[in-house]
Design a protein around this ligand. Structure first.
Ligand SMILES: Cc1ncc(COP(=O)(O)O)c(C=O)c1O
Length: 380
């Protein structure tokens, strides 16, 4: 088959090889503890599931939704945004509902890049930016290194001349958060470089602990587009729902792109999202979300402490359910040895060159399984 060059340029999807190895071990009867993919093990809160059931019965649930998302749901997103970030949004011009953040992040660059354009991507970073957003649109990903010595904050001057700059805080895979000064410098960058569209991926904005609250880039500049996901907030990865907010021109382009590509997120899922967001009290999440976060904080402490006890260099973090650990340049040796013990880790290089020597552990297993995983890793 003669596949297109842009397809052939894609590196193999990070998890495919790991899944094959894991399947072979499972077939041998090995009890695997999967700390690879970040998919919450905890169930969605009752209010979210009840809203899904209820709205599935709505008379209009079976119709094509609007590409930009239901007008009433957008109003509820605007209300949440005001309570959570103190930012006023026009639901008609500044919000677009998505079939998960990935859908928007992967597709949106089509309206911005021409072949050969440069797209700034954090390295290490969520692979969708360099692959689906850049390579699949014949654009060139430009790595912006995130290094421990610089608190995983990129040098924005490296993005000068890019058509798009992707940023992501709280960050996958490092768990890093960015201080307000960084967001201010991003706002200055947007002002100084109108040729570059800054896309902020805030998929983990609600997954924070220890009193830390992630800001929205829109608190610093309106000259951007920002993507939010309900996947980790409501343990709802399979329901595929999120939204984008930002500059009206960009939101309009995203909605018209979606009119070409899909027909919007199913209405009953949009309405479950709206119900979930309406459970916030201002900036405070509902108790069900709070207790999820407490559980992740407990798991994080366990894993960070144990790994540091083994002598691994761990990035301590107040956000996300990922632990980013430096294990030495040949991380595959560690990953293979861990897999032989029945623990799946993600190789850091899957997130870019600056991930070489690191592994990512997702805290998406119950506490006792994480304890068991740590026992197994202690014998590596
Ligand atoms: C940084 C980042 N952005 C976006 C997403 C995708 O979010 P969604 O499930 O809403 O498509 C993920 C999922 O892992 C992610 O890690």
């Amino acid at each position: 088959m003669n596949f297109a060059n842009r397809y052939l340029a894609l590196p193999p999807y990070l998890f495919a090889g790991l899944e094959r190895k894991a399947a072979a071990l499972r077939a041998r009867g090995v009890d695997l503890i999967d700390l690879g993919i970040g998919d919450p093990d905890l169930p969605p809160p009752d209010f979210f599931m009840n809203a899904l059931h209820e709205h599935l019965q709505d008379e209009d649930a079976h119709f094509y939704p609007s590409s930009q998302g239901d007008a009433d749901v957008r109003k509820k997103v605007a209300r949440w945004f005001r309570g959570r970030f103190g930012v006023e949004l026009d639901p008609d011009d500044e919000i677009c509902i998505l079939i998960g953040a990935k859908e928007g992040l992967a597709n949106f660059s089509r309206v911005l890049v021409n072949p050969g354009d440069r797209v700034g991507v954090p390295d290490p970073g969520y692979p969708v930016y360099s692959q689906a957003a850049a390579l699949l649109n014949d654009a060139i990903p430009i790595a912006l290194p995130l290094q421990p010595g610089k608190d995983f904050i990129p040098d924005l001057t490296k993005a000068i001349g890019c058509r798009i700059l992707f940023l992501n805080y709280p960050n996958n895979p490092t768990g890093a958060t960015a201080p307000s000064e960084f967001f201010i410098s991003v706002a200055d960058f947007c002002e100084a470089h109108p040729e570059t569209v800054v896309i902020h991926d805030a998929a983990y904005s609600e997954m924070t602990f220890g009193g830390y609250r992630a800001p929205s880039l829109l608190q610093f500049t309106r000259n951007t587009i920002e993507f939010f996901s309900m996947s980790k907030l409501f343990n709802a990865t399979g329901f595929r729902i999120g939204f984008a907010v930002g500059k009206p021109e960009l939101i309009k382009a995203l909605a018209s792109l979606k009119a070409q590509l899909d027909s919007g997120a199913p209405l009953f899922i949009q309405r479950a999202m709206a119900e979930g967001l309406s459970r916030y009290n201002g900036a405070d999440p509902p108790p069900e979300v709070r207790s999820n976060l407490d559980e992740y904080a407990r798991r994080r402490k366990l894993v960070e402490d144990k790994l540091m006890g083994f002598g691994w260099v761990v990035v301590k973090s107040q956000a996300t359910f990922y632990v980013w650990a430096k294990v030495g340049d040949e991380e595959f040796k560690v990953i293979d040895a861990a897999m032989e013990k029945g623990v799946i880790l993600t190789p850091g290089r899957g997130f870019g060159k600056n991930g070489i020597g690191y592994v990512r552990l997702a805290l998406s297993q119950p506490y006792h399984r994480l304890e068991e995983a740590m026992n197994r890793l202690s014998t590596l």
